[in-house]
Design a binder for this molecule. Sequence first.
Ligand SMILES: Nc1nc2c(ncn2[C@@H]2O[C@H](COP(=O)(O)OP(=O)(O)OP(=O)(O)O)[C@@H](O)[C@H]2O)c(=O)[nH]1
Length: 234
Amino acid sequence: MQWCRWMGNRKSNTRSQPTEMELDEDSCDFLFKIILIGDTSVGKTCVVHSFKSGLFLERQQNTIEVDFTVRTLDIDGKKVKMQVWDTAGQERFRTLTQGYYRNAHGAMIAYDLTRHSTFESLPHWIQEVEQCGAPSIVVIFIGNKCDLESERQVLFEDACTLAEQRGALAALETSAKMDHNIEEAFFLMAKELIVRSGGVVNQEPYSESPYPLLHSDSHTINLEESSENKPCGC
Ligand SMILES: Nc1nc2c(ncn2[C@@H]2O[C@H](COP(=O)(O)OP(=O)(O)OP(=O)(O)O)[C@@H](O)[C@H]2O)c(=O)[nH]1
C-alpha cells in the first residue's frame, strides 16, 4: 500500500484538449487513446489522477464533458504514450461524450464497488462502447474504491463473470485513494494493445502469468483470443 496525499483542486492536472506534442505519434513507439467511462462519482477522475501523479485527489466538482491526460510509459524499452480521456458520467453529458469513443483503442469501464447501481449500469456502458467505439476496442472493467471493503456491494466474482460474458480483457478492483491496481490496469491495457498492434511484450522471467504485476483482485479473461495480431491503426 502506498502513501497517499490529498489535494484540493481537481483541475490542476487535467485539460479538455491535448497539445500537438501530446498527439504527436512520432515522439513515441506506440500511441493509444483510452476512454474512461462509467456512472458519475465512481472515481474516474481520481483514477486518472492517480495514474498520472500517484496522488489521491479529494475532488468536489463533477467532470464537465471530458478531461484529457497523457502519460508515457516505458514498456520493455518502448515509449508508449497513453492518452486518457476522462469522460463525464452525468447523464446530461452522454450525447457529448459519445463523440470521444471514436478512434479509442481501449475503454476502461468503471463502477463503484460500494454502489451496486453503478455495477448494474455496466451493460449500458458496454452497449455504448459497442455502438460508438471501434469493433476492435479493448475493454477492461474497473471496480473502484476497494479500500472501502466494509461498504462493498459488488462481488469481484460477479464482475469477472460479466467480463467473461461480455468479452472484456480483464476485471480489476482498484483504489484511487490507495493507489492500488491503477498502474497495473493501464499497463495491462497498454501491453494488450501493443500485442494487438503486432508488437512483442516480454514477460517476467520465471512467471507463469502473462501479467505478473496483477494482484489477486484482478482477473484477465480472454487472453488467447485477444492476443491475435490486430492492427489498431495508430
Ligand atoms: N474511498 C475512496 N473514494 C474515492 C476513490 N476514488 C474516488 N473517490 C471519491 O469518489 C468521489 C467521486 O470521484 P470522482 O473521481 O470525482 O468521480 P467521477 O467518476 O470522475 O465523477 P464524474 O466526473 O461525475 O463522472 C470523490 O469524492 C472521490 O474523493 C477511492 O478509490 N476510494
